[in-house]
Design a protein around this ligand. Sequence first.
Ligand code: PLP
Length: 394
Amino acid sequence: MDKQAIIQAEADYVLHTYNRPEIVFTHGKGMFLYDSDGNEYLDFTSGIAVTALGHSDPDWVTAVSQQATQLTHVSNLFHTAPQAQLAQKLVENSFADKVFFCNSGAEANEAALKFARKVGKTHHDGKTKIVAFTGGFHGRTMGSLSATYKSQYRDPFAPLVPGITFAPFNNLSAAQEAITEDTCAVIVEPIQGEGGVNPATPEFLHGLHAACHAHKALLIFDEVQCGLGRTGTLWAYQQFGVLPNIMTLAKPLAGGLPIGATLVTQAVANVIKPGDHGSTFAAGPLVCAAANVVFDKVKQPNFLQTVQENGAYLKHRLQTLELEQIVEVRGHGLLVGITINQPAAPIMTAARDKGVLILTAGEDVLRLAPALIVNREEIDTAVSAIAACLEENI
Ligand code: PLP
């Protein structure tokens, strides 16, 4: 199929939920993507914070290829080694005691909300209320969508799951008012991704933890976008020194294959029984073989140290550009948001035309989420392209 035929077939047959540029990607290597016209792109999107090891990491390719020849799927009716190994790694390297596997971020949050409701029903007089936050994004399934703030995503599908209210993000006193004895859980991204790369303040997360503790509510951290090394620590919560009761993961965990995980403490695990929740595809041998490679690489202290250093370098480069178009540069590690004094989408398009792929997060925020293997030279290239686009688009 040639490029135009592909684009036409998509227009004819794929439900129009995404607006795509007229580019057909054919392959990727490390930090670079290549299209059907032979153009090379420096990828500062990593498939929206997914391909943590870059494209076609050799160890990842070997693990997936070998596993594919051995065993791909048996369902969760049976034991398989890669899943057991991954679960052990996640638990032994986090606050958690048990993990539930699924296939996406939305599903991981769906599970978190269900588990929290069951804890409330089992131990706390049937309480079911959930507090979420302005600017939060937790996914598109009915439960996760109900905890997602943007009305544009929510309103067409109302009525949504009842019992979820929104408090202002980073406003502790308002959150303290919203969290009551009827609250079974509070769900929050330690660093909001889609909402504009907004880090929570440490005081806010510490305050949420205390309020949850006081009202016997569970604290759920959605680390789907900010977890697993992206901030320069294995988990984003380590940047803040606050432990959740439940944490959700997805995007980078299998380096490009679909996976989600809901990590829980033993107290949460105790209320969940066989048959309460499940998934046919979740954490099959193929995806877990991939995830084991990603996890083993990302958790290395020198890998995380490099993410921290390169993240600081990226932020410093952007902060010292001294362009009047840049209002603020923020984020942790390699999740960086740049608020600009103009719409972000045209700058994203202009950068793409210069061969650099970046993301937006809201109207006026450029979002950078390169693979965690990015190097300084690649950072310099991306920063120069963004600066040139901002200067040209005055
Ligand atoms: N939670 C956060 C913080 C996200 O950024 C996303 C996706 O962008 C999701 C949940 C939903 O993940 P998925 O698209 O895998 O369902």
